[in-house]
Design a protein around this ligand. Structure first.
Ligand SMILES: [Zn+2]
Length: 436
């Protein structure tokens, strides 16, 4: 195969500021957050919204205060809001119910219109999904995810980022993804350019407490293949020339492995090529439905006695989603993976847009073109390709600051992609071309 650096592409190492940021992520703060959230007794969506001690409203207000404290360190770049609406009666919602996301937005200083979103859900549940009164500590599901989001928000708040990052503790997940659906719809309705979204849901431990070996250095990342929001025309193209593995979420999975699985996070990212686990779903689906690239972080092996269960002991087995089963150092490492991914996304140029593979004539060369990046510090572009049967990019060719290039490799035999690079070496996710 002519041209291009060979297989085994080097990973993008964290820059100096990212290394410093990762070291600031604090397992003790994670522990405080998880214990505090579990301490609200239940955070069920139908629990009290105005009791200051117990219920989803108390949790909402406490999370809001934390974000406000981080925003106070941001030089005005971070703003915090309670994003709320009244959900009419629907599945698992028996009466009109206020659903409130707690949202902190760190405005980008270079390209504020380019947006990345990270969520954990702060509601919880007991065995009966309609039970709003029993204890439902939800330590792993999903105080752990909220803790990761809060901790990343805290360490990023003090720093300038190129693109905008939205940190959200979303509500109503257990009743049917209501909060994230509202958040995604608000963004879609505003025409927001959301280039990636991560849900952190059940990221509490690498130890499933079921007698199997712990796996404390692995987090799973679920990424769909064929896009949930694919149009009939896109389906037709895919059936013609392939690309099942080249949707924007799959490219996001490759990107996270590239920038966030390294000694500085202390984690391996086990990418799973499916939208979510069997019988389960999370808030990333709300974004996939709107055509936004999205993925879900979750721990490597779950213990289903510790999720969606009333707290009780039965036949000597402890059921319930208790703080004692969480590993705060593990959650901190997951937060580092998120921070590495979000920082690397926000500081890099955006994913190239309008990438087209020229199909106007039959030829054994490949001509690609794309729209110029709007990043103020754009250095240029790289063309990548791989065998059609390969999972990861195998070749990369630096093509300079151009918007079209021709490579002497047949488009019939490989898959191509394009990414943007800035002057500091930050690389964007890869965009797969469409025929045109
Ligand atoms: Zn959950």
């Amino acid at each position: 195969m002519p041209a291009g650096r060979p297989a085994g592409l080097p990973k993008q190492a964290p820059d100096r500021e990212l290394k410093a940021l990762l070291q600031e992520i604090d397992p003790h703060r994670v522990e405080t957050i998880v214990r505090r959230l579990a301490g609200f007794g239940t955070r069920h969506t139908l629990s009290s919204q105005d009791d200051p001690v117990r219920g989803v409203g108390a949790a909402r207000d406490w999370i809001y205060e934390q974000f406000q404290a981080y925003a106070a360190t941001s030089g005005g770049r971070m703003t915090v809001e309670l994003q709320s609406y009244i959900q009419p009666p629907a599945s698992r919602i028996p009466e009109p119910t206020r659903i409130t996301n707690v949202v902190a937005t760190l405005r980008g200083t270079g390209e504020p219109g380019r947006i990345y979103v990270v969520t954990g859900h702060y509601d919880s549940r007991a065995s009966d999904v309609m039970d709003a009164t029993s204890d439902a500590p939800g330590a792993d599901d999903d105080a752990s995810g909220v803790a990761a989001v809060l901790e990343v928000a805290r360490v990023m708040a003090t720093r300038e980022v190129q693109a905008t990052v939205i940190f959200a503790a979303v509500a109503g997940e257990e009743q049917g993804l209501y909060g994230s659906d509202h958040l995604a719809q608000q963004l879609k309705g505003a025409g927001a350019d959301v280039q990636a979204m991560f849900s952190n849901d059940i990221v509490g431990t690498g130890n499933s407490h079921d007698g199997t070996a712990a796996d404390p250095r692995t987090v799973r990342l679920f990424v769909e293949g064929v896009p949930t929001a694919e149009t009939p025309a896109q389906t037709s193209t895919r059936q013609s020339v392939g690309g099942e593995n080249d949707g924007a979420s799959r490219q996001l999975g490759r990107f996270v492995q590239d920038v966030a699985a390294n000694p500085q996070t202390g984690m391996d990212v086990r990418v799973v090529w499916r939208r979510d686990r069997y019988l389960r779903g999370s808030d990333h689906i709300s974004f996939l439905l709107r055509g936004y690239p999205a993925a879900r972080f979750t721990e490597p092996r779950e213990n289903f006695a510790h999720e969606h269960q009333n707290v009780r002991v039965e036949n000597g087995v402890q059921y319930g989603d208790l703080v004692e089963f969480c590993d705060f150092r593990y959650i901190a490492r997951v937060a580092r993976v998120n921070a590495a991914a979000l920082w690397s996304l926000a500081q890099a140029p955006g994913t190239p847009k309008g990438v087209v593979i020229d199909t106007t004539q039959l030829t054994n060369a490949t001509t690609l073109r794309w729209q110029p990046s709007t990043a103020p510090d754009i250095e240029g572009y790289e063309v990548l390709w791989r065998e059609t049967t390969a999972a990861q990019w195998e070749r990369v060719l630096v093509v300079g600051n151009v918007t079209t290039t021709t490579v002497d490799v047949s488009k019939d035999n490989v898959f191509f992609g394009v990414r943007a690079v800035d002057r500091d070496g930050h690389r964007s996710p890869v965009a797969a071309p469409v025929p045109g």
